[in-house]
Design a protein around this ligand. Sequence first.
Ligand SMILES: Nc1ncnc2c1ncn2[C@@H]1O[C@H](COP(=O)(O)OP(=O)(O)OP(=O)(O)O)[C@@H](O)[C@H]1O
Ligand SMILES: [Mg+2]
Length: 265
Amino acid sequence: MAAGAILEIRGLAKRFRARAPGAESPWIIRDLSFSVREGELLTIVGPSGAGKTTLLNMIAQTDTASGGEVRFRAQVAPLGDAKALRPGLSRQIGYITQDDNLLPWRTCLGNVLFPLEVQGRLDGQTRARAQSLVEAVGLAGFENHYPHELSGGMRKRTSLIRTLVYDPPVILMDEPFGAVDAQTRALLQADLLRLWGEGRKTIVFVTHDIAEAIALGDRTLVLSRAPASVKSEHLISIPRPRDIGGILTRPEFVTLYQAIRAEVA
Ligand SMILES: Nc1ncnc2c1ncn2[C@@H]1O[C@H](COP(=O)(O)OP(=O)(O)OP(=O)(O)O)[C@@H](O)[C@H]1O
Ligand SMILES: [Mg+2]
């Protein structure tokens, strides 16, 4: 494992089972390798259908790899055998999926407390942490609202802090701010950067939005079309703390944007 790495992906490959007997299913991911440093915010962009969600599913152990290796610290994910998987690796890997997945019968706060209840870790201290996260993302006053009574941005915030509250060392995010307007998205990005700056989790953040990938990331990987592999890697050396609004006109930003855009096309 590379020095300082918390996650390492080596020669990863994935093909799904063929739809008909005797048919060959295509490789979705092939020879994909990268590692993620502890505390890093790595962003990943790639064309739709490239295999980004499939990649996160294999890291989270909600799906098996067909070849290669996914390693979290010293633990290597089992190959091929779905029954041997440990989804979320005993709460060490948090996963914010492409839709917000809130429980509709639970309030905003009820959703945030849910993982703590399931884990048997709800006490005065964790409850206070949940409340401070609610306040940190501007949801104070909405604790007792049900998901259908929240705006799209509020649901995304709830989903974000529901994962932060139980403090997994690695968080995977799959286009977490996809379905909201540009204004709300910028606010969510600023929230994320602030919370990440305080807690320094390791984050792997998938997006199709190149500007978002640059604005948030320490480093951006560009995936090729399926079968996906890493096409290029860009270090984002724009200093932090970053001003999400102001960053778009910085010359380094524009240069990176043009380079990445030419590769994703
Ligand atoms: N369970 C499955 N069975 C068969 N094929 C699948 C399955 N899940 C995904 N695929 C295929 O794998 C490919 C990659 O899908 P994936 O969802 O990983 O792409 P993506 O990069 O996340 O796309 P998007 O940006 O649209 O979210 C697609 O061709 C998809 O049809
Ligand atoms: Mg996807």
